[in-house]
Design a protein around this ligand. Sequence first.
Ligand code: KIV
Length: 258
Amino acid sequence: MRKTLKQLMALKNMQKLAMVTAYDAWMATMADEAVDIILVGDSLGMVVQGQSSTLPVTLDEMIYHTKMVSRASSNAFLVMDLPFLSYQTSVKDALRNAGRCLKETMAQMVKLEGGTRVLPQIKALSDSGIPIMGHLGLTPQSIHSIGSYVKQAKTKKEADLLINEALQVEKAGASMIVLENIPHDLAKIVTNELKIQTIGIGAGPSCDGQVQVFHDLLGLYPNFSPRHAVNFLKLGKKIQKAIRQYAEKVRMDELISE
Ligand code: KIV
């Protein structure tokens, strides 16, 4: 039985939530029994598709990947990202597209980025029974206005704005919120102020849960690891070595297989 939103929300101040991204059936199989939440993030644009940002990812692509993850998991609560321009354009678009996500993939919640500017969308989705995960701080879909993937809300004014936006996102109906790449003390304040759970990435240890990108967690890219990544394995280097060994055996005519 998949975990439910109600079960997870009841864990605030009792147990931290572990969330990881997954983008296909194999990844889902690897993660499903260990974590509370699987996120099919639009980070797939960068780590799977090789794009330089998450902006090109389409709704159809998100649905395609989430279907694979959904088929191969049965324990973790399943969340998917609404990609760039699938909800910012209007409340109507947000409803139609989030509705498609739940209908076609069996995801249990959608995540969208932003504060004040998407409050009407959050309210409309929540009023329609579609659970929402908010996302504040470093919001990669706004990379061209932010400029680079650096720590956000470092000044007092920006921090106050973020606290206020988090409270509004909660009030509009979000049930959880990702805090990405913000100062640790700010994440602690937001976590204490909100009744809903905060899930941090590069936001320090005080959040109600943590999220990592699958490839970062396992070190799948041999020469790249973001600062906030927690590498439990350096798997990329091992995979490269294994494939190099295979190629050498082929070239030396030493490959033995049935
Ligand atoms: O797209 C994604 O994977 C995300 C997480 C990093 C929170 O938004």
